[in-house]
Each structure stands twice: as C-alpha cells, then as structure tokens.
Design a protein around this ligand. Structure first.
Ligand SMILES: [Zn+2]
Ligand SMILES: [Zn+2]
Length: 472
C-alpha cells in the first residue's frame, strides 16, 4: 500500500493557501468570461411566459457582513425606539403609494451590470494579487435583482421598506386583525390610513370590528394604533398566512421566480427576512408580468400591491384582486371558472397568435390586462390561510388548474437538482451575488440547450422571435 511520509504532508497553512488560490482562481476566470442572462431565456416562454412560480429559499443566504444596512435598517443592532429611526421613517411610513417603486429606476444606469462590473473588479484583484486593496461592501438598496435586461421594465429592490416603526420585531407575527379584509375595506370605501387620525369613535370601532380587531375596553388611541399596525403589515409585506424565517447574522435568503420549464426567470437577494415585498419587487420589475403567478401567499401579495402601486393594481385586476371573480366577504367562491388562456403552452392544442402592438399592461399572449395570483398550497393542509377571502386565490377554482399543477410539479422536480447553498454557509456577499448569478446562468443554459437540441431534430434552423421564443 502506498503511504506518504508524514513529513511530506502539506502543512495546514499550505493547504489553506492552495484552497484560497484555487477558489480565487476559479472566480477570477469566471469573472473574465462574458455572460449575459439574455442569452439563456427559456425558449418556450421567451419574455412573455404565461405561468410563473415564485418561491423563497432562506437557506441560500450569506453572511450579513459587508452589507451596509442604511440609516434606519441596522436590524438587530438598532433599537426601534431610537429617536433617529422614528424620525427617519415616521412621516412616510404609512403613505399609500410606495415611492420606493422608483428607487432603482430613477436613472438610466443598469444596476445589475454596474454591480457585476464592480464585483468582477474585486474578484480579479483577489485572483491576481496576494493581497487585495479594497474590501468589498455594498449598500442594501444597491443589490440588484437578477433579471435579464430584455425581461424587465425596472430593477426594484425595496428591501429597506421591510421595516416599519409600527411593527416592533417581537409583535410582528402577533398583530391583531385580518389584514386582507382591512385592505379590501379601505379600498372599497376609499379611506386612506391617514383618515384614521380624524375618524370619530363609532366609525373607528366599526372599522376595527370589521377587521376582526377586538374593541372592548380599548381607548380611541389604542384602536388607532391597532389599525395602523395592521395596515403596516400590508406595506411591510409580512403575512398572517405564512411565517417567514431567517437565521441571525445571515441574509434573508434568495427569492426566485421560475417558469414551468425549469428556468429561473428572475431572482432577488433578500437581506432582511422574506416578505411578500420580495415577490412584489420582482413581479413589478417584469416588463410582462405572467398571466398567472403562483406563490405561497397570493392573498397578502395582492393586497400589498393594491396599496403599494394602486394604479397598476387597478389595471391588472381592479376589484378582482388577482382572483377569478371579485372576492366577497361571507360568500363562498364559485367553482369551475374557465380561463382558457392560462393553459401552459405545452398543454395547448393550437399555436396562439400574439399581438405585436402591445399596449401598457396588456399581456401579449392573453391579449388582456387581467392577471391572476394563486396559491401553491396544492398538497398541504397543514398551514391554512387566515382570512376567508384567501379562499378565492385557490388554483382549483379554475378548470385549467390541473394543467398548472402538473407543470408546477415538473418545474419543482427540475429545481431539485439545483446546487445552491445550504444554511451553514460561509459565503460573503461578494461571492454570494456572483455565485448565484453564475448558477442562474448555468442552470438556464442547460435547459435552453436541451430545448434547442430537441427542436433541431425537427428543423436545423432554430431562431428566436421578437419575444425571444424559439421558432423553426
Ligand atoms: Zn419556460
Ligand atoms: Zn391567506
């Protein structure tokens, strides 16, 4: 048997040196290679996918070091009672429209490209020199979502708005009342949250009761506080129907939107704990939001968009709230709704005609503005939704539900093979961003190459149409 003399074993420092050199070398070479997410867009969906699935993965995270959390967002380190904190967010905290929708699209600069360029510089420096000069750090709001430029209208990252002075950490999950009903009532009655300040006691009690907030023995001020808190959960994006988790000292994880064919459409790095804001950032960034979006908190997602971007919400679903009909309190939803154009392309018997002149908000394939948001709780009854209005988001309420479930399962099977981080990660944000960019690219590339090969069996000339779909 061959045995190496222990004197010849490399020392621990030598091993560390070799590991570092290989690690930095790998990233250095990857950084030098030109890659564009636009070249690996799903050939079936193109940029106009009809069905997308959203899913958060808190395990794919990295250390929070080197992320500048900003003045009012030092999370675990800053007390929410801190005077500066309250001044920073009290005035705008409960406005209905979300000004941060413009945060990342205020100038022409492509945030993803400029962030990746910065990362490349650091990775090449680490690969070339024994010591790097500048440590890498990034502002929480400068971490761009990963979306191919052809698929996006914006690059939203409103991570900083996940906190509210009305929601202290410890009571965020125990906020009293039904936020979904509150959101609906405010919209229906055209009441702004600011009106609560001047509302008479009887009206306050009435509103609180309708929102399932206990009113007995509560002062006017306390009722106002309860209502404000409940409203803040909608803006922050926390959900009573789904508890989001995150490990301390780490980022909140990775949220990704995938298509039925297993490509990642877009994804977002979550620094703070996941909320429906993450799905909303991506959904609102897309040039063509899918006709139907499946996620685990459709109820909270829709209400969040209603208050964050009421103009788009009105165009996309009006009072239907992403459901197949208008959700109505104290009524059970209708079964068997027929929405033929949400059938995924692979289940369709005919090729559909797209429209070439796309009007704002209209989806080029359905030719309509109407969008649907449904739940992915296909097989779990463990974690039921909290509001009666959540029932309206059930995918089974439409006849096409089964085709979507099938494509969901296929997409998830595909995702199983993904090699992303597990919770005990030691990655820093620099490598974390680049690693996930590479993984999005490679995994999509694998799917797209196979799609192309399959089509080439039929015809040698495979190209892309105006919406980046493969045509022969
Ligand atoms: Zn696809
Ligand atoms: Zn719900």
């Amino acid at each position: 048997m061959l045995k190496v003399d222990t004197i010849l074993h490399p020392s621990e420092e030598e091993i560390v040196y070799l590991v570092d050199t290989l690690y930095n070398g790998f990233y250095g070479f990857e950084a030098m290679t030109k890659r564009d997410l636009n070249s690996v867009i799903c050939g079936h969906c193109g940029i106009v996918g009809k069905v997308y699935f959203g899913d958060g993965n808190e395990k794919n995270c990295c250390t929070i070091k080197n992320i500048i959390l900003g003045k009012n967002e030092a999370e675990d380190n800053v007390s929410l009672n801190n005077k500066a904190t309250s001044q920073a967010c009290s005035t705008d905290n409960l406005t209905t429209q979300d000004t941060t929708n413009q945060i990342m699209d205020s100038d022409d600069l492509d945030k993803l490209t400029s962030c990746l360029n910065d990362i490349r510089y650091h990775l090449l420096e680490k690969c070339t020199f024994a010591k790097s000069k500048l440590p890498f750090s990034i502002n929480i709001e400068d971490i761009p979502p990963l979306i191919p430029s052809l698929m996006r209208a914006k690059e939203l990252n409103t991570e900083v708005n996940k906190k509210s002075i009305y929601l202290k950490k410890e009571n965020q999950s125990g906020v009293e009342g039904d936020a979904i009903i509150m959101s609906k009532l405010l919209r229906q009655e055209n009441i702004s949250i600011k009106d609560i300040d001047s509302m008479a006691l009887e009206l306050l009690i009435d509103l609180a009761r309708s929102c399932k907030i206990k009113t007995a023995g509560k002062s006017q001020d306390l009722l106002r506080m309860d209502l404000r808190q409940l409203y803040a959960t909608i803006l922050v994006g926390s959900s009573a129907c789904h508890e989001f988790v995150k490990s301390p000292g780490h980022t909140g994880g990775f949220y990704h939107v995938v298509c039925p064919h297993g490509t990642t459409v877009c994804s977002k790095f979550m620094v703070l704990t996941e909320s429906v804001r993450d799905a909303a950032d991506l959904w609102l960034s897309l040039k063509y939001p899918p006709v139907i979006f499946i996620c685990d908190t459709p109820c909270t997602f829709v209400q969040h968009i209603n208050h964050r971007d009421p103009v788009s919400a009105n165009e996309y679903w009006g009072d239907k709230d992403g459901c197949f009909e208008t959700p109505t309190i104290n009524r059970t939803p209708n079964q068997g709704n027929n929405v033929p154009y949400i059938t995924p392309t692979e289940f369709q018997s005919h090729q559909e005609q797209q429209i070439d002149n796309v009007f704002p908000y209209v989806h080029p394939l359905s030719k309509e503005k109407q969008r649907y948001v449904c739940g992915d709780r296909f097989h779990t009854k463990v974690n039921p939704h909290k509001s009666p209005l959540c029932l309206y988001h059930n995918i089974n309420l439409c006849q096409q539900g089964f085709t979507i479930k099938t494509s969901y399962q296929e997409s998830m099977n595909n995702k199983k093979n993904r090699r992303r981080n597990r919770s005990s990660c030691t990655q820093d944000i620099l490598h974390h961003i680049f690693y996930n960019f590479l993984m999005n690219f490679y995994e999509n590339e694998e799917v797209v190459i196979k799609q192309k090969k399959d089509l080439e069996k039929v015809s040698k000339s495979v190209s892309r149409d105006q919406f980046m779909r493969f045509i022969i």
